[in-house]
Write a protein that binds this ligand. Structure first.
Ligand SMILES: [Zn+2]
Length: 92
């Protein structure tokens, strides 16, 4: 077993053990809509829920400011609350 694959599988284990809906829900009130959850995006002045959380893929995405990712990038966002045009979030 190589070091690289150990890191990857650890990452996958963390992903499986943490529910992104619960995690995001600690910061933002989420409402279930069909298969997804929606909430007010913390990164722009949101008046109706633009932040969608997909529990099946364990990802989130804001349709207005196009910030999205998984639990690891979300941890990034909570420490850097002011994403600019040059932010490094993956645009899915
Ligand atoms: Zn947004």
């Amino acid at each position: 077993m190589s070091v690289g694959s150990t890191f990857d599988s650890t990452k996958e284990q963390v992903k499986r053990s943490i529910d992104i809906v619960e995690l995001v829900g600690e910061y933002i009130p989420l409402r279930r809509e069909g298969r997804n959850y929606k909430g007010l995006c913390p990164w722009h002045d949101d008046s109706h829920p633009s932040l969608h959380v997909n529990p099946e893929r364990q990802t989130f995405h804001c349709f207005v400011c196009h910030i999205g990712g998984d639990i690891f990038s979300r941890n990034d966002c909570s420490t850097r609350r002011r994403p600019g045009p040059n932010n490094n979030f993956t645009s899915a």
